[in-house]
Design a protein. Structure first.
Length: 250
């Protein structure tokens, strides 16, 4: 087992779980680049989805009453429909090139979303929800990072309240769970070379991160959520570009 990749994964999972509980996103933006740098992009996709689903399952009981089930359906159905195509894209194309392209698009998308929402006007509806869900699903399956697309949607729609945080938990359970289920069939290669005990130990920072996020969530203000989403989406896009470039150079 590569000890460095395991230690990096432990730290990233702790921070990602705390962010997921506080603002409903941040898991993939933190965990994917960290694991991709030390264990490879395919390994990162698997780790992100396995423990992402676990983190959201731990969080879900505490936010169940605030879930917007109607909006969840609008996002989740197209996301699930694009799971297998996303995995096939990752398998058939150069993953590092794909990461660079997605990172650039993510940064540009956030900039456009911020410009559109400068007047604090919401832009939401069935078309935007379906497009957002499909994009998130494809990117999460292919590069393990659908959160930049989710960040663009939240900025455009203005959906950044408690129901957003709550709804994202069952959303990521569904999306990540399907990726984990179909990956052994569609793209079985790329699993981290960790023993069983290492996979079990990684559950500890997941739970610890959720508990930390529970404590800190009460201090998070709406304005802080908006700017955190913007920052995480831009940083996530930049991280994709960096990991893609490093992969091509390596």
């Amino acid at each position: 087992m590569d000890l460095l990749s395991f230690v990096v994964a432990l730290a990233a999972v702790l921070v990602g779980a705390a962010g997921q509980r506080m603002i409903g996103m941040g898991w993939g933006l933190v965990v994917t680049p960290a694991v991709a740098l030390v264990a490879g992009p395919l390994a990162a996709v698997l780790v992100v989805n396995v423990y992402g689903a676990l983190a959201c399952l731990v969080i879900l009981p505490t936010v169940w009453r605030d879930v917007d089930w109607r909006r969840l359906a609008w996002l989740a159905i197209p996301a699930l429909a694009l799971m297998v195509p996303g995995l096939l894209v990752a398998k058939g194309l150069d993953t590092d090139v794909l990461r660079i392209a997605v990172g650039v698009i993510a940064i540009v998308g956030v900039a456009v979303a911020v410009a559109f929402t400068a007047a604090s006007r919401a832009h939401d509806g069935p078309a935007l929800r379906v497009a957002a869900g499909a994009t998130i699903g494809a990117l999460n399956a292919s590069v393990g990072m659908g959160a930049p697309a989710l960040g663009v949607y939240t900025l455009l729609s203005g959906w950044q309240d408690r129901s957003f945080v709550a709804t994202m938990q069952p959303f990521w359970v569904l999306v990540s769970g399907v990726v984990v289920a179909v990956r052994p069939i569609v793209a079985p290669e790329g699993s981290p070379d960790w023993p069983l005990w290492a996979w079990l130990v990684l559950c500890v920072p997941v739970v610890a991160g959720v508990l930390l996020g529970n404590r800190l969530a009460h201090f998070v203000r709406p304005a802080a959520v908006r700017w955190t989403i913007i920052a995480l989406s831009v940083l996530g896009g930049a991280a994709l570009v960096v990991t893609g470039v490093l992969g091509l150079l390596g």
